[in-house]
Design a protein around this ligand. Structure first.
Ligand code: TMP
Length: 384
């Protein structure tokens, strides 16, 4: 597979291909890639900029509220977010807390964060960055690592930095796609080179334990097709552990068993066959087709299903740096949403199916009333 976010300058460019193999660790049940591309190769120029999204903003507000009610955040909390991207979450949080600081390795994205007033260090958060932060200001007591740990081949280095700074009354919040829901809902398109780890409560507990941290609570959310929000503290913290933690670990013995992983693999082929035949039939009947959301997931889905610009003429995306480029392998041009709304196709494949309701509402409110939607995951479905 080509690295999903290596958006090409021309459709002809042959993308570099690398093995994309998902393995299951038999000791901690973690799902992980057998082959990881180096961070330099993956992130030298990063195309993922957190979109403006009603569902994301709603989620940020829920999380902030939950943490205030749970006593994890206070008006004087100093907060650090690892993998803060353009600072969308910190912008929502900053009016409610003492201070915020973002850390992110992607230069172009950090530039966007700084220009919008979110203080951000451009780096990979690890022990040396943690020491630098401790030397220059009052260390933070609340840490967030939202949807970034899976992208890090050496998560223990990041956790070493957190452990160095985290006080016993502090909290680390990790948000990640939930492996058990990915498997349950046949979300094989979550597998791409940037996602090196597919965490469960079992595997995260083990990883955190090795860094002197322990999970005290887990909340399941619908975000990005099913995510876990994990609350962790130092091993010495006096906070008690919610029943959800052992319950989910117990459930994962079944939900992430080898036989479930084998079903997940065969479901991927069922979806591929279903999507290919649906698209073939619609094209033969003279329908026009486009996609919505030039996501990394989309690159896996399209390439796995051998769908190209011959099948899908364009893919709309709100991220301006993606527009004018091409999805690697599939060679599909990425266009602005406005261009899509000006000449809507008969069918839209929702490659960003994780924003399904939001995207359908956006298309409808742009006046494209007749467009029908193809939802690929968890099973191929057409929404009229
Ligand atoms: P993600 O699923 O990895 O967050 O990526 C979502 C992609 O979908 C991202 O490239 C932005 C795009 N998008 C739109 O084009 N319009 C929208 O309204 C939203 C919410 C996302």
């Amino acid at each position: 597979m080509p690295p999903a976010n290596w958006l090409l300058e021309s459709p002809e460019t042959d993308p570099a291909l690398y093995p994309l193999i998902l393995e299951r660790c038999s000791s901690c049940t973690n799902l992980q890639l057998a082959f990881c591309l180096s961070a330099e190769v993956l992130y030298s120029h990063y195309y993922y900029i957190t979109p403006d999204s009603i569902s994301l903003t709603r989620h940020y507000r829920w999380l902030i509220d939950f943490m205030f009610h749970g006593g994890y955040l206070a008006a004087d909390s100093d907060v650090l977010e690892i993998g803060s991207n353009r600072g969308a979450f910190l912008k929502e949080l900053s009016p409610h807390v003492g201070s915020t600081l973002g850390v992110d390795p992607a230069e172009n994205v950090v530039g966007v964060a700084r220009r919008s007033g979110v203080e951000t260090l451009c780096d990979y958060f690890d022990l040396s960055v943690a020491k630098r932060i401790a030397a220059r200001s009052k260390p933070p007591s609340v840490f967030f690592a939202r949807h970034c740990m899976a992208h890090n081949e050496f998560p223990q280095r990041m956790l070493e930095g957190v452990s160095h700074l985290l006080p016993d009354d502090g909290i680390l919040v990790i948000e990640n796609n939930y492996a058990a829901h990915m498997v349950r809902d046949s979300e094989f398109d979550q597998v791409y080179h940037e996602h090196m780890f597919y965490y469960s409560v079992t595997s995260l507990s083990e990883l955190l334990r090795r860094s002197g941290l322990r999970i005290i609570d887990v909340v399941l959310t619908d975000l990005h097709g099913g995510s876990i929000v994990v609350f962790a503290v130092t091993a010495d913290s006096r906070r008690s552990t919610a029943q959800t933690v052992p319950r989910l670990i117990d459930e994962e013995r079944g939900t992430l068993s080898p036989s479930r992983i084998a079903d997940f693999s065969s479901q991927a082929s069922v979806i591929r066959d279903g999507l290919q035949s649906t698209i073939r039939k619609l094209s033969e009947a003279g329908n026009s087709l486009a996609a919505y959301g030039a996501t990394a997931k989309g690159a896996t889905l399209l390439n796995f299903c051998s769908l190209t610009a011959r099948d899908i003429t364009a893919c709309a995306d709100s991220t301006y740096i993606k527009q004018g480029r091409f999805i690697p392998g599939a060679g599909i041009p990425i266009i602005a949403e406005g261009t899509l709304f000006e000449a809507p196709p008969d069918y839209l494949l929702l490659t960003a199916w994780n924003y399904k309701d939001e995207l359908i509402a956006k298309v409808r409110s742009a006046g494209a009333r007749d467009v029908k939607f193809i939802i690929p995951i968890p099973s191929v479905e057409i929404v009229e």
